[in-house]
Design a protein around this ligand. Structure first.
Ligand SMILES: Cc1ncc(C[n+]2csc(CCOP(=O)(O)OP(=O)(O)O)c2C)c(N)n1
Ligand SMILES: [Mg+2]
Length: 797
């Protein structure tokens, strides 16, 4: 058989893109018209947004990409991606009729749920677009520390209206993304958003913004026909007229008959343009003025090559396209969610030379297009990962000692320093922070490991305390003040096991209130299956003097509720040591596949059974460590550590007093409030009440354990039991008071879990400046309020 090449025969890519357009359109059509859902809810899908990228994606997958390249596909082009994977032989035919069905192809590309090798999840516009930039930053780090991986290009396919999202510009502006020559963003310039034709001409401004940030900017704007017309005498006036035309005017040309198109195009045009157009028949003119390079395979491949040639900076390619290209809804301002009618689909099938019997076929292997697809399948096959770093041995603890009062934030810094001395762990640790590294106690780690920079940098001022040495060996990646960037970078460092064949132990820090500032990127990263540790610190009203704008309240709830995240808030330094080491042990356990990373609800429990990320909520309030030492002496490290990891343990056990008839109550504290809880327990003991203090180290693990047994009961129609983790912390039935420097709701479920009356104290209004005692008093977290709450709980029995 003769060898085929897309280069020697342009018809090959043309045939392939026609089939891609057909399949992408039909995949959405089948989801809406062939399947009975029975609930009357519209299924939906995006035929126009998909059509817009058919040429670009055909050019990429069938004439440009190499196996190590990674691509982020704009959410609404997922049908195009799946059509291409199907034609490449990477997706079973049975999936084509399952778009948006349970267990089928996801509406938007998903790393963890789609079956055909999605590189980056997308959906929340802007985030998936920026992800490859951070993946390239992560790769640059991996190459510098562990040796160069096979060269990858990191590509994002982005909707033009997606550029409105602020996180795009935060990513572009950050010095951590400077100079990444292996990045190419392709903007699908169809001039339409969801609601409308985007007014005016935005692109000139965007080009300047990218160029100002040091990016290489390319356009694929005019198709070959237009370029030829511009080259004719007085053709320049045509170009000037099109360039100056607002989006609304240009877009209104679509869907008109050729005569009306001429009239609209020349409406308000200078005489020379009208004259130029007069020399062309109506239908030729209509074809000419809508000839955009985003649907010109040759022009696109030239533009990709121009981006490749730029080795020292990222490239952005503005590809001018038509939303709904090749479909009857092309260019229609209302086409975002429009679906072709069954008749229109029938017509398209016929145009594609297919029948009901052949409509789902792959390209005929006897045709040049079919042979080329087979060749590309081979070309794009990825080698198996080598599992770099898969055997990182994280110890159970660093042996941290804390004799004097210490805060969890300070202990966190010391634990990291200690781990940076461990030969088996240190090479894999990488920290990052959005301009809060020193104020979140990463300075000790940075002093030992340095700050990452692709090239060595001269330090202009010597700081006797902080050695901010920058170079390729550095293990801290400093970001500008962008919490979005923090979580996007953590996400990509946390996916390096898959995207860069190197397992890392990423640790980020952020002021806890600003976790919410990066929350969508946090969700994005853990939804994608990334594995990392983040510390929100300082947190709560315990950050008393800083006032309401810097005090976090709802973050604990967020941490508890986020899937794929284990939320941890220890009070004591040694507990943090055990928990942090356990979290890193878990992160060091590479999931077998991206799908495995977030398969189903994670089982409750410590360490390796969890497959997601870790969120530690810490504080700067130093507290006396003696009570923890006493519990250690009482229980021994083995039992105490197990309970600390499981989510809670009895810090003070009043079982003896209860046995002698004192009314029992549980005081349940989480985090920095422990001294007040202990003081309240002592006051209650004086009044003859048996107050057992439970230190909850992870409301999340306890909640999950409870939910797991409940769900088990629900699913099997059996009476649920109280899970072991709760039973060992709460062996008896007694009223509970929960105390947390966070929204009271975070632990209020404990009453239901234990089947007892509960009073939940927490912070349910904004804070203000003051001393810790002032703020605790204002929010009923002082020992007197806790005593009163215990009496109230007892009265509710
Ligand atoms: C963060 C976020 N906000 C809103 C949406 C809803 N949404 C989906 S697509 C879209 C418009 C996208 O326009 P564009 O990026 O130009 O894509 P096109 O469909 O034109 O290719 C909007 C607002 C979303 N998916 N994510
Ligand atoms: Mg658009």
């Amino acid at each position: 058989m003769e060898t085929v090449s897309a280069g020697s025969d342009p018809q090959i890519l043309e045939d392939i893109q026609q089939r891609v357009l057909w399949l992408a359109t039909r995949i959405v059509d089948a989801a809406n018209h062939d399947r009975e859902t029975g609930d009357g809810v519209k299924v939906g899908g995006h035929q126009a947004s998909s059509a817009s990228l058919v040429t670009v994606m055909t050019a990429l997958y069938f004439a440009y990409l190499d196996a190590p390249d990674r691509v982020s596909v704009k959410p609404h082009a997922s049908p195009v991606f799946h059509a291409i994977q199907y034609l490449l032989g990477n997706l079973d035919r049975s999936y084509l009729t399952t778009l948006r069905a349970f267990g089928g192809l996801q509406s938007y590309p998903s790393r963890t749920k789609d079956p055909d090798g999605v590189d980056f999840s997308t959906g929340s516009v802007g985030l998936g677009a920026a992800a490859p930039l951070f993946a390239a930053a992560a790769r640059r780090y991996v190459d510098a520390h562990f040796g160069a991986r096979p060269h990858s290009r990191f590509i994002a396919l982005i909707g033009d209206a997606e550029l409105d999202e602020g996180n795009i510009w935060e990513a572009v502006a950050d010095p951590a993304t400077d100079g990444l020559g292996n990045v190419m963003w392709i903007v699908d310039v169809n001039r339409q958003s969801l609601d409308r034709v985007v007014p005016g001409v935005r692109i000139a401004q965007w080009k300047q913004q990218f160029a100002g940030a040091g990016w290489h900017v390319v356009e694929a704007k005019y198709g070959r026909r237009l370029q030829a017309a511009f080259a004719r005498p007085s053709g320049d006036c045509l170009r000037a007229w099109i360039d100056a035309m607002p989006n609304e005017h240009y877009q209104s040309l679509f869907g008109l008959d050729p005569a009306a198109c001429r009239e609209r195009f020349t409406d308000g045009a200078p005489d020379e343009v009208i004259e130029f157009c007069a020399g062309l028949p109506d239908d030729e003119l209509a074809r000419l003025v809508t000839d955009l390079a985003g649907h010109d395979m040759g022009a696109l491949l030239d533009a990709f090559a121009a981006c490749d040639a730029e080795k020292d900076r990222p490239s952005v390619l503005f590809a001018y396209t038509i939303k709904g290209w090749g479909l009857p809804i092309a260019g229609n301002p209302r086409n975002h969610s429009a679906l072709l009618t069954t008749q229109q689909v029938d017509q398209l099938r016929e145009q594609a030379g297919l029948t009901d019997g052949t409509e789902w076929d792959r390209l005929d292997p006897m045709t040049p297009a079919g042979q080329w697809a087979a060749a590309r399948r081979e070309h794009l096959a990825r080698p198996l990962p080598t599992g770099g770093g898969a055997a990182i041995a994280v110890p159970d603890s660093t042996g941290l000692r804390a004799a004097r009062p210490i805060s969890t934030q300070e202990a966190f810094g010391r634990i990291l320093v200690d781990l940076s001395r461990s030969e088996s762990v240190a090479p894999y640790l990488v920290t990052t922070a959005p301009d809060v590294a020193t104020s979140t106690n990463l300075a000790g780690f940075i002093n030992r490991t340095g700050v990452f920079s692709p090239l060595p940098r001269r330090a202009w001022s010597e700081d006797p305390v902080l050695k901010w040495a920058e170079g390729p060996d550095g293990q801290h990646i400093e970001l500008g003040i962008s919490e979005m960037n923090l979580f996007l970078l953590l996400g990509q460092l946390g996916l390096a096991f898959d995207l860069s064949d190197q397992l890392l132990l990423p640790v980020g820090t952020v002021y806890d209130p600003f976790v919410l500032r990066g929350l969508d990127a946090f969700i994005y990263s853990v939804y994608s299956g990334a594995r990392f540790v983040v510390a929100g610190t300082p947190s709560g009203v315990t950050l008393a003097p800083e006032g309401g704008a810097h005090q976090s309240t709802i973050t604990a709830s967020v941490g508890l509720e986020l899937p794929n995240v284990t939320f941890i808030e220890p009070a004591y330094a040694v507990a943090l040591d055990w928990l942090l080491c356990g979290a890193l042990q878990s992160v060091a356990t590479t999931p077998a596949s991206p799908q495995a990373a977030s398969a189903g609800p994670a089982p409750a429990g410590p360490g390796p059974a969890e497959t997601g990320s870790y969120y530690f909520r810490l504080t700067t309030r130093g507290i006396d460590q003696q009570p923890f030492q006493a519990a250690r002496d009482r229980l021994g490290d083995a039992i105490l550590r197990r309970q600390v990891l499981a989510g809670g343990y009895r810090l003070i056990d009043a079982a003896d007093a209860a046995a002698q008839g004192a009314p029992p109550v549980y005081l349940v504290g989480c985090g920095a409030v422990m001294p007040e809880v202990l003081a309240a327990a002592a006051e209650l003991a004086d009044e003859g009440i048996a107050a057992t203090v439970v230190d909850v180290t992870s409301p999340d693990r306890l909640y999950r354990a409870w939910q797991r047994t409940l769900r088990q009961g629900v699913r099997t129609a059996t009476a649920p039991s109280i899970p072991g983790a709760l039973r060992s912390a709460f062996p008896d039935r007694a009223p509970v008071v929960t105390v947390h420097d966070a929204a009271s709701h975070t632990m209020s479920w404990l009453g239901s879990a234990l089947g007892v009356p509960a009073v939940s104290l927490g912070v349910d209004s904004f804070g203000q400046s003051g001393a810790v005692a002032d703020l605790y008093r204002a929010h009923d977290l002082d020992s007197g309020s806790i005593v009163n709450a215990a009496l109230a709980a007892l009265s509710l029995r």
